[in-house]
Design a protein around this ligand. Structure first.
Ligand code: DX5
Ligand code: ZN
Length: 215
């Protein structure tokens, strides 16, 4: 299982140390919120370009912003490796995915809990990553909605049928207690915020290694 610690749950007073404490993980998940697509505001371009100078991790940027097509090249320039947009945030998801790839980055598409995953099936050939929201986006520390995992299974089946190679990632309410369960649906990567950052910084690497061994 690939583990993607979500910086949203870290202590923003010491971002560099916080990132260092999870640097053995596979991806660093960066939640960008605009206060419109979701009812919360987090951080954006200046923070990402600034931490890019201090970290070699793969940056998994999750854009919870309306009309993300307005900012794709800026997030690419800021140092994103994966850029994920929401199906519900734009009329032009296909165009977004193509643009992200043309910028030399990995393209991700996310679905909120109430969006049927079948809606994005036609776009899967354009995706390097699919992010299944397992909570309503906007806040860390919520409880996983188990029904959303069915979408992971549908995506895993579709991936087998088509031979496509997108990564299946889930986001929200995932922790050590439900990761094996999520893995049984075919999950390949798990975003983890509060479940990871609640450990003291010196304990996190050991936890990540345990979680990576699951699935
Ligand atoms: C929620 C964010 C998540 C969040 C996950 O909108 O997309 O990435 O940080 O946090 P936990 O793991 O605490 O649910
Ligand atoms: Zn996220």
């Amino acid at each position: 299982m690939k583990i993607a610690p979500s910086l949203l749950a870290s202590d923003f007073n010491s971002l560099c140390d916080e990132i260092q404490s999870v640097s053995c993980a596979d991806l660093l998940h960066l939640d960008v919120m605009d206060g419109i697509f979701v009812p919360n505001i987090s951080f954006g371009l200046p923070v990402i370009s600034s931490i890019r100078k201090k970290s070699d991790m793969l940056f998994d940027v999750h854009l919870m912003i309306t009309e993300p097509e307005r900012y794709l090249s800026e997030f690419a320039a800021a140092g994103a490796d994966y850029i994920t947009v929401h199906q519900e945030s734009t009329e032009r998801a296909a165009e977004c995915l193509k643009t992200i790839r043309s910028l030399g980055k990995k393209a991700g598409l996310s679905v909120k809990p109430l969006t049927p995953v079948q809606e994005i099936f036609p776009l899967l050939p354009l995706c390097d990553l699919v992010l299944v929201m397992t909570v309503e986006p906007g806040f860390g520390g919520q409880k996983l909605i188990p029904d959303c995992l069915e979408k992971v299974r549908l995506l895993a089946d579709r991936k087998k049928e088509t031979g496509l190679s997108f990564l299946i990632e889930a986001d929200g309410g995932i922790g050590g207690e439900n990761l094996s369960y999520a893995a049984s649906f075919g999950l390949e990567a798990a975003v983890m915020g509060s479940a990871l950052f609640r450990f003291a910084p010196e304990r996190r690497a050991e936890e990540i290694h345990k979680l990576q061994a699951i699935g």
